[in-house]
Design a protein around this ligand. Sequence first.
Ligand SMILES: [Zn+2]
Ligand SMILES: [Zn+2]
Length: 302
Amino acid sequence: MPGTWYVTSFYKFLPVTEETLPSLCDFLRHEGDVLELCGLILLAPEGVNGTVAGQGKTISMFKKLLVDEFGELEFKDSTCDVRPFKRYKVDVRDEIVAIGDPTLHPRVKENDHLPVAEWNTILEQEDAVLLDTRNTYETALGKFKNAIDPQLSHFSEFPAFVQKCTIPKDKKILMYCTGGIRCEKAALEMRRQGYQHVYQLDGGILKYLEESPYRAFEGECFVFDHRVAVNQELEPSSRYKLCPHCGDPGDKHVACLECGTEAVICATCEVDVPRRTCSLNCQYHTRRKALNATSELQTTYE
Ligand SMILES: [Zn+2]
Ligand SMILES: [Zn+2]
């Protein structure tokens, strides 16, 4: 269906009692269904985290409802022409962002959140360590110039990274992620491990690109929906697609070895020849043919 989709991301750490979780979950499910939204909202005893999309005025209506329920929220907005999520889902979890330790609870917003303008000033004038708290399949698409990439495959590996990293404890740390939520916990973890000057980019890369595109952030920003990534103008990526073999973002164009269809795969899979195909199915057939060819060769020599 043509028409613009309005996408918004939000999160808030606030105590939600175990008893109210199921009814809150039902309520958000129902309201989202009525407004014909798509997206994912996570609820946990520590708060709420979500990205949802809708058409026309539905998103502003839903935002109003969220603010009535959770109080003031910061929304990161963008638009796209195609429906960015297949379904609309509301789930109850242990954590709204999984670092693997439900005891790390950011409660109040402290003065360690840097607005975009202040972030740029510090980047230009001070000697600070820039730290990306996202996973490698995300940093591969774009990151802040000179930022440290902790090479995570999952956010729960972050505490171990801090333990073995060699960043001096008295250094000023500037950390960032997609929308800010991972840094809320990453900052607590760093302080727990003795770092004294930890700051995070308020609203993350999404807020940064809204206010300061084509500046210190280079490349595109991975997002967890059908858009795969957004560019400097927060438009859906025209470069990256999800690799049909491993699910990571890729930008390598191939003609499928099996059926000839044009496909986009990732750089890692491109090395494995049977994965130069358009789907798991075509990969399977290519592998089988290769195997048959080898066994025929072997029988010839026997
Ligand atoms: Zn791949
Ligand atoms: Zn194919």
